[in-house]
Write a protein of this length. Structure first.
Length: 448
């Protein structure tokens, strides 16, 4: 006989945990199934270890800047294994805290995978059955793999965090945020990096800022090749050669990182038994309320066609639980004006529309404000690279529909401006704000 719950959550990543914790707080009896490590991609092979690596890269760059400032220092290499152990210790602590919270919340955890038997019944890998009127699919995604010769000779993003040494020469294949971030991080830490891009970098970000970011990357010594065609990898001596069908063989490299997108973890859920509709990429199709095509089945996070961002998954899961169990029938996540950051070198942050989108939607009603400047911390050392900020406004009231920042501190300063945009920010509100001086953020309130 199947064991009964109020809610079954498939997946113990950010979205699944948020759904489970909030539902349990409202008094629901919750079962959570996770066959791998608690925390999902973000904690184990995503946001957290990546941000730790970014901090290490910042410290590496800081050593060189300190030398330019006049400090008697000799930039040293990162003790990769020491850093890896520090990072893992921190991640282990997060997982331990999750386990403790799950126990305190009375959530029943099954350390195994589940498959749909029907819309309200899940079969566990160990042979049991669980039943609930509400099921949340939050199984996340994984790195995409290509059917090309020699794919297995390369690494995917998950593998980077298991390395015990920094590759001396590495090729990164891809043009999305994962490719751009790792290219910058590995270069800052001392690797020779070549970035192979099919079309353009960071298609979802503002083209003008992306072009300037690419200039920064080239100045840092990252070689960027566009219009590549992936024919595969092959071993040549002790190195790996990337066969580019357009530009010819490239390399040899000590390592190759595939950063060619991610795919949803829906293929082993038996999702057809429940009748849940997925798109051609295997992502669960949801409406604005996280509803799938089947009543009582919902999806949050990277397994859906929505933003692949941890805070989005968390917020969507909490709103869903509030609606299902918290007596809040109108609770749902507002997907407009969600801020996003690429932890590149330097970071690139945005909220709202790109200039191309704003022109498409608003035409001649759009007004663009820009500020190019060299941040003080660079200028003092004689560096000439520039930051770029853009504010996009529409109509006579100049309502702000997009803010874009490339430069040091972008990842921190944009959060507050995102709040202002949610509240209906106008250009006059920025003009009326007294600047914090000297800072880079002040440029956002001083544009004329």
């Amino acid at each position: 006989m199947a064991e009964s719950f109020d809610l079954i959550v498939l997946g113990g990543g950010s979205g699944g945990l948020a759904s489970a914790f909030r539902a349990a707080r409202h008094g629901a009896r919750v079962a959570l199934l996770e066959p791998a490590a608690l925390g999902g991609t973000c904690v184990n092979v995503g946001c957290v270890p990546k941000k730790a690596l970014w901090y290490a890269a910042q410290l590496a760059q800081g050593q060189h800047l300190a030398l330019d400032y006049g400090f008697a220092v000799t930039p040293g290499a990162l003790d990769w294994e020491h850093f890896r152990q520090l990072r893992q210790r921190y991640i282990d602590g997060i997982r331990e805290r999750y386990a403790a919270r799950l126990a305190e919340s009375g959530i029943r955890v099954f350390a195994e995978a589940g498959r749909f038997v029907s819309a309200d019944t899940i079969a566990t890998a160990s042979g049991g059955e669980l039943r609930a009127p509400q099921v949340v699919i939050a199984t996340g995604g994984r790195p995409r793999r290509l059917d090309v010769p020699g794919f297995e000779l390369g690494l995917v993003s998950d593998d980077i965090f298991a390395l015990h040494d920094l590759p001396r020469r590495i090729a990164v294949i891809g043009g999305g945020y994962i490719a751009v971030e790792f290219a910058g991080l590995l270069r800052a830490l001392g690797s020779e990096v070549t970035l192979h891009v099919r079309n353009r970098l960071l298609a979802g970000f503002d083209a003008e800022l992306v072009d300037m970011l690419e200039e920064h990357m080239r100045v840092q010594g990252i070689e960027v090749t566009h219009q590549v065609r992936v024919d595969g990898l092959r071993r040549e001596g002790e190195g790996i050669v990337f066969d580019d069908g357009v530009n010819g063989p490239c390399g040899p490299y000590d390592a190759v990182l595939w950063a060619v997108g991610r795919v949803p973890n829906t293929d082993r859920l038996g999702i057809e038994a429940a009748g849940v509709h997925v798109d051609q990429l295997g992502r669960v199709v949801t409406d604005a309320w996280q509803n799938s095509s089947v009543p009582g089945i919902y999806a949050v996070g990277d397994v859906t066609e929505r933003f692949q961002l941890t805070p989005v998954a968390v917020a969507a899961g909490r709103h869903l639980a509030d609606r299902l169990f918290g007596g809040q029938p109108d609770s749902r996540l507002d997907y407009e004006n969600i801020a996003s950051v690429v932890f590149a070198e330097p970071p690139l942050a945005m909220v709202g529309l790109t200039e191309a989108q704003a022109r498409e939607f608003h035409g001649d009603a759009l007004r663009v404000y820009r500020s190019h400047f060299t941040p003080l911390q660079w200028a003092v050392a004689g560096h000439k690279q520039q930051s770029l900020m853009k504010i996009l406004c529409i109509g006579e009231e100049e309502r702000v529909v997009g803010i874009h920042v490339l430069g040091p501190g972008a990842e921190e300063m944009l959060q507050g401006f995102a709040v202002a945009m949610k509240m209906g920010l106008r250009k006059r509100d920025l003009d009326a704000t007294v600047a914090i001086h000297p800072s880079s953020a002040e440029e956002l309130v001083l544009m004329g």
